[in-house]
Design a binder for this molecule. Structure first.
Ligand code: UD1
Length: 344
């Protein structure tokens, strides 16, 4: 039996790399492409250590049509694609909107065209809960409308989903699943793989671990006067390994014989709302380390509270999160320590 081959764009990034590990574990052969614009080779080395595989890897930009066509031609028999390659910093997208539209839209458009030319019809797309904006009610389910995006980054995710829905409608062979991530955190339990921001972190957990290890002086919690029980924002923090495993369930389903709806979309969250302050306190409790933090001003563009209704993905893909936030925090800390040479 030939193993199913899946192209993973952005496979050297945080979510892509963890998904590559889970693809191998489920008997797939991932083919990674990455241009290292927001990543470096460290995570590829981590994948190799965990899986013991020598990776199939092509360096390049998936908005570069010539490069992408060469990969499809060389690999020949791709069964599907997982598209992670995109910019994801909300703040940077506000400062450089055109760069965000250019990168996130062009890479998807080029990919979909090249897939069609090569008769590759199965695509998993990395979307985000940001498509809902500030939801009217929580937990938010997939029927919630797309509100006006809070940032150009969010707008690119909404536009990409629209492009895919239209493309599927026009091409009966194309099947796409968009996965709307809530807040992925944590690291592989082996501590060989984790989040590695190449600049100053934007996201909460890498900021926490970098502060705890002494790279940053202080964690500022953005806003303590929101209308929430402790005044800080509420999020749905999902362990990166749970998130990665959901991708395998999604591609299993897409490659199965199921011929029903061709454009599908699922929330990926735990269904639990946890406040930023709660998460910070949980980190201190789980790791026993000191963390210098203070409550500061609100950050522009933050949604106040959101967490997922994950009933749809549970029913249709048979997936639900297995790890708790404390597991993710423990794993993120183990990864940070290993990365900085504090453990072997
Ligand atoms: C944002 C996007 C999400 C995207 C993700 C990718 C929105 C509404 N959400 O998530 O779609 O997938 O980025 O990067 O656009 N925080 C602090 N101090 C810090 C860092 C963060 O208090 O130093 C707080 C934030 O204010 C927020 C929470 O922690 O309340 C989580 O922030 P972050 O990790 O940046 O993720 P989101 O903004 O939720």
């Amino acid at each position: 039996m030939t193993l199913k081959k899946i192209l993973v764009t952005g496979g050297a990034g945080y979510i892509g790399a963890h998904t590559v590990v889970e693809l191998y574990a489920s008997g797939y052969t991932p083919v990674i492409i990455d241009n290292f614009s927001k990543s470096d080779r460290t995570l590829l080395e981590g994948i190799e250590k965990i899986t013991g595989k020598s990776l199939i890897f092509h360096e390049g930009d998936c908005a570069d049509r010539k490069f992408l066509k060469e990969v499809f031609e060389k690999e020949g028999d791709l069964d599907g694609v997982m598209h992670f390659a995109a910019y994801k910093s909300v703040g940077e997208s506000v400062e450089h909107p055109v760069m965000y539209y250019q990168n996130n839209l062009n890479s998807l458009l080029t990919l979909v065209e090249v897939m069609k030319e090569h008769k590759v019809n199965n695509l998993i797309f990395s979307s985000s809960c940001t498509v809902y904006g500030e939801p009217d009610s929580i937990p938010v389910d997939e029927s919630a409308p797309f509100k006006k995006a809070e940032s150009p980054y969010g707008a690119t995710k909404q536009m990409c989903e629209q492009i895919l829905e239209d493309a599927v409608r026009a091409d009966k062979k194309l099947k796409v699943t968009s996965l709307r991530y809530f807040n992925p955190i944590g690291a592989h339990p082996s501590a060989m793989l984790g989040e590695l921001p190449i600049d100053r972190p934007n996201n909460l957990v890498p900021y926490i671990t970098q502060t705890a290890i002494g790279i940053r002086k202080k964690l500022v919690i953005f806003g303590g006067d929101y209308d929430t029980p402790d005044g800080t924002c509420i999020r749905d923090f999902i362990h990166i390994v749970d998130l990665a495993q959901a991708h395998v369930k999604a591609i299993d389903k897409l490659l199965g014989k199921n011929e029903d709806e061709h454009y599908q979309y699922f929330n990926l969250g735990t269904g639990q709302g946890v406040s930023v302050l709660q998460l910070v306190k949980e980190f201190i409790e789980v790791t026993g380390v000191k963390l210098n933090y203070e409550i500061g001003p609100r950050r522009a563009g933050d949604v106040v509270k959101t967490y997922a209704n994950s009933a749809k993905v549970q029913t249709e893909l048979g997936w639900s999160a297995q790890y708790a936030a404390k597991d993710a925090l423990r794993d993120a800390w183990a990864w940070e320590k290993r990365l900085r040479g504090l453990t072997t």
